[in-house]
Each structure stands twice: as C-alpha cells, then as structure tokens.
Ligand binder design. Sequence first.
Ligand code: KIV
Ligand code: NA
Length: 272
Amino acid sequence: MEGLAMAFRKRKGGLPLVMVTAYDYPTARVAEEAGVDAVLVGDSLGMTVLGYTSTIPVTMDDMVHHARAVRRGLQHTLLVVDMPFLAHRLSMEETLRNAGRLLQEGGADAVKLEGGREVTDRVTALTEAGIPVMGHIGLTPQSVQQLGGYKVQGREPAAAEKLLEDGRRLEEAGCFSLVLEGVPEGLGAKISRALSIPVIGIGAGAYCDGQVLVIHDLLGWSYGPKPKFVKRYAHFADAAVGAVRQYAKEVRERQFPDPAHVYDPESGATVR
Ligand code: KIV
Ligand code: NA
C-alpha cells in the first residue's frame, strides 16, 4: 500500500478526518491551504461542474482530465479519484486498466469505487496491484436507479446488517478506508465502531471517523436541491453573481476600465 493512503488509514481513532471534493486547480489549492486531510475528485463533478443531472454520464476521460488539474494543485494531501459508472463493473482487466489510468495519467494516490460485497474481488485485485482503494457504501449515486432515488439507506434492521457486513468485507478485501453515505446516525456510529479502517461519512451522522462534503455544496456554489446533510459555509454563487453584475454595470456606465487599469507611456512595457 502507498504511503499517503496508509498514513490516512492509521489515523483511525484520532481527530476526525476531513475530506472535500475538488475538480480543478484552484479548488485543490484552496483545499490544501485550508489543511484538509484528503481531496476527492468525485464523479459528483458530473453535476457540480459539467451540469449533468446525475453521475451516470461521467466518463473515465472526464475523471482523468479533472484529476490532472487537481494533482497540479496539491503537494502533500492524499488525492483520491472516483472510478466512474461501470469503470469497475465490466471485467477485472478493465477495472485494473481504469484504476491504473487514474494513477498514471491522473496522478491519483488512491481510487474510490462504489459497491459492497459484489466488488470485493476487484478491491483485492487492485490492492494486490499496488493501488490503494477507498470503498463507498450506503447511498451510492451510481446505483440511484436501482435504489429508487436518493433515499436514506439501512433504515430496516436487515438492510443495516447488510451494510455493516459489506463494510466488514470491504475492509477484509483490503480497502484502506471507506465512504458511508446517507444512513441514519446510529448506523454510521455502529459501522465506524465495527471497522478498523476510517469510515468517512456524508449524511451518516456525527460519529463517523471523518466527514466528506462536495466542495461546491459547502461553498454555496451548487445548483439543484440541497440535501439535509449539507451545511453551507459560504455563498459563492450569490457573491459571483453580484461581482459579475457590478462589472457589467461599470462597463455600461464607462466606469471600468478606470485610470488604474489602463496603460499609458509611464506604465512600462510589460502587461502586468
Ligand atoms: O462523487 C463524490 O463527490 C463522492 C463523495 C460525495 C463521497 O463520491
Ligand atoms: Na462519487
């Protein structure tokens, strides 16, 4: 197992781990400067930055493209990149090739893939190939059609037991950590206690080993319905609209560019 992922794994039991998504260079810079423990290039980029209504249309090429940009913005933070829809479902060979691309071309330190007991053979093969794997169970958006919508998972005792067992099997298969999404707080606590790898929650309550949020959600820069688990720490979309409106107004009123932003013979030859 690689260094950064192994170090992340060992932090179980310490301070809660912090992960955010990033999809480009400036967001990666922001995440690292803010001191998060891991950055995820999530396939949520389909919604946040590509404007799709789900993660289904996201391709391997999309993931590589965005991962490369994020890689350039990170120096020492663990970079996890999502396997998009079907990338780990067709064959073992395809799975290894796709995960390999995320490391070789995208610069990922680890990959994340959705699924429980049905993907443990993939997790083992990837781990044996030297690719650290983060699991993802509970509300798995790539299966939203089958789950019947974005619904809280593991509410019935049998479903809760199944998720706990999926978590155990993923750990056994070699996952260094896993994301647990959209489950009742009690189940989040139970699964976190039962596993010896860090369980990173999103909509899984306060008792997980860490938390992850989509950065556009926490910055108030996302469109579409806000899940209950999202807390907005800023209002970027409103601030951006205000700034662009102000610029438009100043151009139309010939207030911009003003003397501070134009060239004259004294200002020298360089553009900056
Ligand atoms: O794609 C994503 O952003 C994710 C996180 C929300 C866990 O998978
Ligand atoms: Na994802």
